[in-house]
Design a protein around this ligand. Sequence first.
Ligand code: ADP
Length: 793
Amino acid sequence: MKEKGSLLNRLKLREIGRLVDRVNDLREEMAGLTDQELAALTPAFRQRLAAGASVDDLLVEAYAAVREASRRVLGLFPFDVQVMGAIALHQGSIAEMKTGEGKTLTATMPLYLNALTGQGAILVTTNNYLARRDAQEMGPVYEFMGLTVGVGVFDSDDEVEVADKRAVYAADITYTTSTALGFDYLADNLAADEADKFLRPFHYVIVDEADAVLLDAAQTPLIISGFPRVQSNLYQVANQFVLTLEAEREFRHLKEDKAVFLTKAGINYAQAYFDIPDLYGADYFELNRHINLALRAHHLYKKDVDYVVEDQEVKLLDNRTGRVLEGTRLQSGIHQALETKEGVPLSKDSRSVASVTYQSLFNMFPRISGMTGTGKMAEDELIATYKVPVVVIPTNSLIQRIDYPDQIYVTLPEKLQATLNYVRELHQRQQPVLLVSGTVDIAEIYSRMLLQEGIPHSVLTAKNVAKEAQIIQEAGQLGAVTVATSLAGRGTDIKLGPGVAELGGLAVVGTERMANSRIDWQLRGRAGRQGDPGLSQFFVCLEDELLVQYGGKGINRYFEKHNHSRRANFGQPLKGGRFKRAIRHAQEKSEDKAQSARQSTIQFDESLRIQRQRIYQLRDDLIYNQIDLRERMDTIFRDVLRDFVDQHPQLSHKDLQRYVLDNYSYKNQASLQELDPRNGQAVQDYLWSLYRKELDQKQAYLETEDKLEDFLRLAVLRAIDEAWIEQVDTLQQLKSFVPIRQVAQRDATSEYFRESLESYNQMAQRVQEGIVRNVMLSTIEADPEKGHTVYFV
Ligand code: ADP
């Protein structure tokens, strides 16, 4: 075990090391306990917590106990470096541990320790298969120690009841995925009453593959959609308009930024075309939004690259795998804009009902920690976004893998040939090869070439995770050749078969450099685990996506000039630092782009996050009876009445009648005729009396005070939900629309915040009006089974 890394890291490791020594000191003592005595430590720890001890006080003993339990139950005794990682995890850090160091086992210690408080500890992985597998493999240890384990992922055809979900989250330790957790969070906050709620307050989470989840997956928010929106006819109009635009002069397309927008000339032209004074005026918000959607549909989405048209439908393609994403649709109208562009029937435009970003989700945990093989490179962003530092844990044995410098070629055919030659050579010596490419397309090209060469191999494209995990386990056997995409088989350990170490171990061959260097390192890390020999070698060409997009003018010009086979050095790798630098720069540029995209996701989510928290808190206060509704109701009615009268000084009989019918009562009110609608006080008194009468009637019908409270709560929740869903949808649309203004020289974020706040304030008023309607216009029916059923309008 060798200490390495920065000074700060060394200091942290020294501090952690002292705790590891103390855990080691208890080794004999724990080994001397009977199974019963060992398991009895759990209630003993809990008693000490109840008596005022802190979780930190228990760390040393609890870790020593779990370590011993894991030796007895699994036959695995956590190495010192694993105990180090486990301590870093408890301290709220991201533990950087290389592939194969045994992160799954490491997590058992902090999960056990933090579950002792009874508030639950959650481990989040990247896919269902891994969540189930880890829970299944580690579960026996927790059960031995008397703790319960839940798995938060279900098959799509499972019927999942609230009780099942509650059991999952009531367990001491829960294994799940980030997606399942996020959607559960949203679903829990759509619940109408206590019976439908299942989450406990968040307490402690460990995120496996932390950088992939917390950063790479965090670019797009999770969205629950439902309720079709009224179809707009602006798609057609905007589509027609966009077709008449002249590129560069009237609109600009920034490829690197994935942005397209009208220029000043374009805006003037639009105003003339539609005969409107100001495209950015509030009245033309929708038109402007649809123009923006049409521009994006035409210039940012390519047919047969980003989507295909099949059976009169626009279907999205996964750009990493090239497969059709069945059932996945773009949000906020872009899908309809694409359908208009392709001239197929418009599908229903569904509204966003609830949404949350991973950043907000995980920041709701009082304590976050994570594990990954590649965290240090992203530490600045991880600290900025989640306030989690990264601690680099030394490996158990020295890393012996050799990482060779990239082989760089001019054209794709040269690169393909060179890669193939290399694989053939390795294969002839029976050395196992893992050939990894960025996309399914490229993986399939290699697979065809290998077939022609008569080299047997397996192809993994992250299609069937469980099956592929089985296959990739075998990738370290003598003579195995495995072609995979970068995501395929992640989280599964590749052990070397007999005789392979002597040949140099597993060879990882990368067919291109990935969009960020962390992924490259994850791929390299699949070889050389636990001190095994191994090697990694990447092949790159100037035609690679990364270089085409981010390589810069110099490289693209070089490619244009040398893109032919009459070159003297055709087939030879390029020498010289300039190409290596170009690759590094291209990758850095790609990383920067992704980071600023995440930054803007966070920025735009900020106001939604604050509003969402307030609304969810309010819902919880209501659901858990923290609010005296009777009293509150009187105030709400008074406010709404006053506002109505204030806003309608010139009220006519007819207006008043309409208002009463829409909000207070379906019955025609004869007494209304005697009222002077301009006498505000009289109108208020009159409406107030309707309210009192209705409430008295409902009270009489419901008999008890409690039941009336229940009814009022439903009426309020419903009003809040309706208004909030509207608000979520509005913000979603606003967001997809705002970036265009940024480039049009307006400050997008502050404008977004202003509009967001404004609509939130309007929402408060809509909620109050909704409450009035729900209380007044609802009918209650006695239901022999459920007590009462309430019907709202
Ligand atoms: P990682 O997720 O860090 O890549 P895994 O959790 O998949 O690693 O574990 C890799 C392999 O190491 C597994 O086969 C596991 O059983 C084994 N392993 C982990 N910890 C130990 C240990 N303390 N002693 C022996 N084998 C271990």
